[in-house]
Design a protein around this ligand. Structure first.
Ligand code: PMV
Length: 339
């Protein structure tokens, strides 16, 4: 399927498009690629509600590709470089992109470096603006196309296009698909415990690359596929214990892959391990369904259902508050919207 084919001969025009798009948290992790921006294993995530990016893009025809980015009111050369590289990577499918001027104003509702995937919300917001620019109306392929364009910018971004729960690498490797879950799990919380907001030492792209020669590569992909299938069944049947158990196994496997890579690195901090101990003790003693996951960083995402939120949040505030820099409350969201 070539989702961009209808736009191969598009004529650049002047238009302003703006979208708000959320971040997402993977319960089954994408870690390692095959081919160009294709996932080595299927992943599954929950789209967030409060943590999102708002982006406005002015597109115009220009003598050559030009990109300017204003991030939170300040010109940002690094982001402009990333968007320019991304747009150039589309030029086989969209050759006219070489004659496009793109002026972007963007802001996040969450601080940088807090373990909330800003590339997922940022790149999906930009890809939605680009899709909006390409098509004047939202046909049935709009979201698929936006997910396809997001994936080419940042893999995990393709899952932010849909609200609720999303899979990628199941129905297709090219774009993500929405996934219906049991009504009791439809409103999970994700409270983010920021133990360190320092810049991470190794980027996600470098981390994905380190899976290529990894001694445990094949075993990891068998495990990920198995966890993915079990996770889908548990989400469908409303089995929170199974969802939480797999979620934690995925978080630990992701970091184990980093620590055992040929060029090993560690993103966990002592406070991450302390928080994990406290969460496990709390779960054992209270019997309440509180589970953690981690992205490519030291900060914890705490996953729990609405039913036990009050008691769990008291534990988070009193036991994890003192060992963290910041706590950000979020939960399952409904997905992107034009703004
Ligand atoms: O989308 P990327 O290339 O930044 O990779 C994201 C990888 C993880 O966040 C660690 C896992 C995931 O599936 O989101």
């Amino acid at each position: 399927m070539n989702l961009l084919k209808p736009f191969h001969h598009f004529e650049p025009k002047t238009a302003v498009c703006s979208w708000r798009s959320p971040s997402n948290i993977a319960l089954v992790k994408y870690w390692g690629k095959k081919g160009h921006q294709l996932p080595a294993n299927p992943s599954l995530s929950m789209t967030l509600k409060e943590c999102f990016t708002e982006t406005e893009v002015k597109f115009e025809s220009a003598p050559k590709l030009f990109v300017a980015v204003e991030f939170e009111g300040k010109s940002n050369e690094k982001f402009a470089g990333k968007i320019e590289k991304y747009l150039r990577s589309l030029k086989i499918e969209l050759p006219w992109i070489e004659g496009l001027s793109v002026k972007i104003q963007t802001k996040n509702t969450f601080p940088h470096g807090t373990g909330i995937a800003s590339s997922a919300s940022g790149m999906s917001a930009f890809a939605l603006c680009l899709t909006d620019y390409l098509q004047s109306s939202m046909d049935e392929d709009f979201m698929k196309r936006a997910s396809y364009l997001s994936r080419l910018a940042s893999g995990s971004a393709c899952r932010s296009i849909y609200g609720g729960f999303t899979t990628w690498g199941d129905e297709s490797d090219l774009f993500a698909s929405p996934f219906e879950v049991h009504k009791e799990l439809a409103h999970l919380h994700d409270t983010i415990v920021v133990v360190s907001s320092a810049e991470k030492s190794v980027s996600s792209s470098a981390g994905h690359e380190r899976m290529t020669e990894h001694a445990f590569r094949a075993a990891r992909y068998v495990q990920a596929k198995n966890n993915f299938d079990r996770m889908k069944s548990a989400l469908k049947s409303g089995d929170m214990k199974e969802v939480g158990t797999i979620t934690e196994n995925e978080a630990m496997s992701l970091h184990a892959m980093m620590m055992t890579a040929p060029d090993s690195f560690t993103l966990l901090k002592p406070q991450t391990l302390l928080a994990i101990e406290l969460i496990r003790d709390f779960r054992r003693m209270s019997g309440l369904p509180l589970y953690f996951t981690l992205d490519a960083g030291p900060n914890l995402h705490l996953i729990y259902p609405e039913t036990d939120a009050r008691k769990i949040e008291t534990f988070i505030e009193y036991e994890l508050g003192p060992i963290s820099e910041k706590i950000i409350k979020d939960s399952r969201g409904e997905g992107p919207t034009p703004c």
